[in-house]
Ligand binder design. Sequence first.
Ligand code: ZN
Length: 201
Amino acid sequence: VSAYAPPVQKLIAELGKLPGIGGRTAQRLAFHLLRASEEDAVALADAIREVKERIGLCEVCFNLADGPRCRICEDERRDFSLVCVVEEPGDVIPIERTHEYRGRYHVLGGALSPIDGIDPDDLKIAELFARIEGGEVREVVLATNPTTTGEATALHIADGLRERTPQVAVTRLASGLPVGADLEYADELTLGRAFTGRRAV
Ligand SMILES: [Zn+2]
């Protein structure tokens, strides 16, 4: 890498910080950008700058939002009494695509993973408890990923809710989702079925 001019080295280093991008891929992407038109390369840089400037987290559910609240929390037609708990903002999209769910969301910002140093305080769990204690919700659907960390997170939340708000039903998506996979990659039909077949935990 040191054979390249410093600006090229810097680009490769920045691209290499992206998830799933190793050194070789970072290099290939950097060369692609060097070959791309000025217009395309600048459009990419502007898009990155714009999301960082304009997109924040919804004050209610912590989904991505371009104002204080996300579009789902602003939508009066959504069912206030249902809250679906997911790990990442990217998990909201596949659930929306199933058209099986008309409630709102709560985005945790990850999953519990003591090995990686991710504790309840690192996620929006206290915010979830406060939100549910606040009233009007009758069911919380735990839609964390069917992975070890996702299951541990669901259990932790279910315990916490049972203690604080025993009147609120807590459900988990039905099995049938590929174990160990991310919700993000589940197909619509399977995810839709997992929603309709959700069960109490
Ligand atoms: Zn929201």
